[in-house]
Design a protein around this ligand. Structure first.
Ligand code: KG4
Ligand code: ZN
Length: 329
């Protein structure tokens, strides 16, 4: 069993020894937080607490199993909101303790990456990862020995945050990624020349805060703007930099394999552009199935499975850690 509760989604997944998903339940809090214009940590914790036990029951019922059938239990232990993480971690530890089974504290960022293994079980490092979500935008090298090294990071906003803030400026709602993608359909991506930051050679960091400001100025100056064109141009400015830097990072590390992960990996334009580039450069590119891009418990189960087969367990005094990084485990 794996539990996800790092932010505003509560998820429970039951995975078999052969990595088959028996059940994968998700309860989103988007409608509740929407009223406040963003995730309110205290409300998120209370919602997780309310939902966690019914979701565990539902996942086991759907999988047709009992607690005594479980071999191990995992929960996201970081990064994320401390109050939110604690609910999943406490529930998992209680199940581990009462059933005498091992506990695995999963790194949420690695979970996003492991979502790819649900579709590509034979995938093997070394590879270069673009992890782009609402909270993170990072380039990571994963070595043959499965060591994770950070190659680049965002200096300000994450790519998902750039979508979310852009959508707010355009009055589209939340979460912004899917809404901008939809608004951009049929638009001209070259209509507005939005800035691309940090384009120097060998710079694998990202910056999206200037882009958001330039969108704000553009719509102030052009009251009768064409939403399709503006959304397509804004989306293109984010996606172009993500794809370009990912492949350059893969070339630098010599991996020739690019793995894309995180909520923004659901973006169609990102998929198109990355596939196009991979063809041109004769690299391989991998994406998780769309439903496993944004936060879910199946990706946590996938990361936990890898640790389970290596007997790599955590003691019950391993704490939730909001500041966990991708290279710290
Ligand atoms: O991975 P995730 O669920 O949460 C974090 O761990 O941060 O990612 C959520 C982010 C949001 O910012 C959302 O706008 C973005 O992923 N997102 C997308 C798309 N679907 C979700 N961004 C671009 N295009 C999409 N289709
Ligand atoms: Zn996430």
């Amino acid at each position: 069993m794996a539990i996800e509760s790092s932010c505003d989604d509560t998820g429970v997944c039951i995975l078999t020894e052969n990595r088959q998903i028996l059940s994968n339940i998700l309860s989103s809090q988007i409608d509740i937080h929407n009223k406040f214009g963003g995730v309110v940590p205290e409300i998120a914790s209370r919602q997780h607490l309310e939902h966690i036990n019914p979701l565990i029951d539902e996942a086991m019922k759907e999988a047709d199993i009992q607690f005594s059938d479980l071999d191990a239990v995992a929960a996201t232990r970081g990064p994320g909101l401390i109050g939110a993480l604690l609910i999943g971690v406490a529930a998992a530890k209680a199940i581990a303790f009462t059933n005498g089974i091992p506990f695995i504290g999963v790194n949420h960022l690695r979970g996003h990456i492991y979502a790819n293994y649900l579709a590509f079980p034979d995938l093997k490092p070394p590879f270069t990862v673009l992890l782009c979500s609402g909270g993170h935008t990072q380039l990571i090298n994963v070595s043959e020995k499965n060591d994770f090294t950070l190659l680049g990071n965002t200096l300000d906003d994450a790519a998902g945050e750039a979508f979310d803030k852009g959508a707010r400026i355009l009055n589209l709602g939340y979460p912004g990624g899917p809404l901008i993608q939809k608004a951009a359909e049929g638009g001209n991506a070259e209509a507005v020349q939005f800035p691309r930051a940090l384009r120097e050679k060998n710079n694998y960091n990202f910056s999206f805060s200037g882009l958001k400001t330039s969108l704000l100025y553009y719509i102030k100056k052009n009251e009768n703007y064409d939403l399709k064109d503006v959304a397509a141009s804004y989306q293109e400015a984010i996606i172009e930099v993500l794809v370009d830097k990912s492949f350059k990072a893969a070339r630098k590390t010599g991996t020739r394999k690019v793995i894309i992960a995180g909520g923004v990996a659901a973006n169609q334009r990102l998929r198109e552009k990355a596939i196009e580039k991979a063809k041109k450069w004769r690299y391989e590119v991998f994406f998780p199935p769309i439903q496993f891009c944004t936060d879910n418990a199946a990706m946590i189960a996938s990361a936990a499975w890898q640790r389970f087969i290596n007997d790599d367990f955590d003691s019950l005094d391993t704490p939730a850690k909001p500041s966990l990084t991708v290279s710290s485990e």
